[in-house]
Ligand binder design. Structure first.
Ligand code: C2E
Ligand code: MG
Ligand code: MG
Ligand code: MG
Length: 292
């Protein structure tokens, strides 16, 4: 009888659902192995300070270095890791690697670099988060103020009451906070004032259509003006063209990040990449001054 019911239950799954379920199950198992064997690696994308033309820090972006399938981008596995809860363990591996590597680069390059690390909504609900970050900072020796945590606007606003307390605990630890994908969610401006936020990352979708889309340009001008008044830095992501660069510079955007200067690169190419970016910028600004 039980077996019979079991079989009947089984028919609840359409062939399509069965495929999705088994796909997820398999991915979960593979993720577990990858976490055990530390198959995740970080690429880093430079963030350029427009006033000084210097690379000030890097965003750490995870990749799954899969023995059969090669480098798998985060969009193919982060949401599953989020669903299964494995993002918590993955997140700690990412934080530890990012802090260790950038601490090392700060020493070899003698530059005061910071690192920005993405946190997902599930990680924000982990009660051990603040304590674990404190331990990672202690183990790796990276100064707390050189770790920036990127939290998406949507994740932040989902549970704003809990988020407020958490953000203040993180602030007390000395790490800095950045609102990622800004403009895609629904932040209330009054919260911005209350949150201990160091920077806003204007989402790529507002940058990509410059200069064709006057609305996006107006939004960028307004956000940078507002942030300046609130004493919050603005980072523009997804900068791909020289025209976009000039527009963001004109509007006093604090930092830019995008393929125009560099895609995310493996750790061992980071120093060389940063030096090249600074040379390019020196040449560009000299040309601008000459044209003025
Ligand atoms: P994000 O945090 O908004 O990161 C920016 C994404 O835009 C990165 O994609 C980056 O490679 C890409 N990008 C940078 N410049 C350009 C550009 O000029 N043009 C275009 N078209 N794209 C650009 P990536 O590395 O595939 O990461 C995608 C998303 O995955 C990230 O979006 C973030 O939400 C998530 N993610 C990545 N690493 C982690 C992680 O360690 N933990 C968590 N929780 N999420 C992560
Ligand atoms: Mg990010
Ligand atoms: Mg972003
Ligand atoms: Mg984004």
């Amino acid at each position: 009888r039980a077996k019979q019911e079991g079989r009947n239950n089984y028919q609840f799954f359409t062939p399509e659902m069965n495929t999705r379920a088994s796909h997820l199950l398999r991915l979960e198992t593979e993720l577990r192995d990858a976490l055990e064997q530390r198959h995740f690696t970080l690429h880093y994308q430079p963030q350029i300070h427009l006033k000084t033309g210097k690379v000030r820090g890097f965003e750490a972006l995870v990749r799954w270095n899969h023995p059969q399938h090669g480098m798998i981008p985060p969009l193919d596995f982060i949401s599953v890791a989020e669903e299964t809860g494995q993002i918590v363990e993955l997140g700690y591996q990412v934080l530890e690697q990012a802090c260790r590597e950038i601490k090392q680069l700060r020493e070899t390059s003698k530059q005061p670099y910071y690192v920005a690390v993405n946190l997902s909504p599930r990680q924000l609900r982990d009660p051990g988060l603040v304590h674990s970050i404190a331990q990672i900072l202690e183990r790796t020796g990276l100064p707390a103020r050189k770790l920036e945590l990127e939290i998406t606007e949507t994740a932040l606003m989902e549970q704003i009451d809990q988020s407020l307390a958490l953000l203040h605990d993180l602030e007390a630890l000395g790490v800095t906070l950045s609102i990622d994908d800004f403009g895609t969610g629904y932040s209330s401006l009054s919260y911005l004032k209350q949150l201990p936020v160091h920077s806003l990352k204007i989402d790529r979708s507002f940058v990509q259509d410059i200069p064709a889309d006057p609305d996006d340009m107006a939004i960028i001008a307004a956000v940078t003006a507002m942030a300046q008044k609130l004493n919050i830095e603005v980072v523009a992501e997804g900068l791909e063209t020289e025209q976009q660069f000039h527009y963001l510079r004109y509007n006093h955007c604090t930092l830019v990040q995008g393929y125009f200067f560099s895609p995310p690169v493996p750790f061992d190419q980071l120093e060389e990449t940063s030096i090249k970016i600074q040379q390019t910028l020196t040449e560009m600004t000299q040309a601008i001054e000459y044209n003025d």
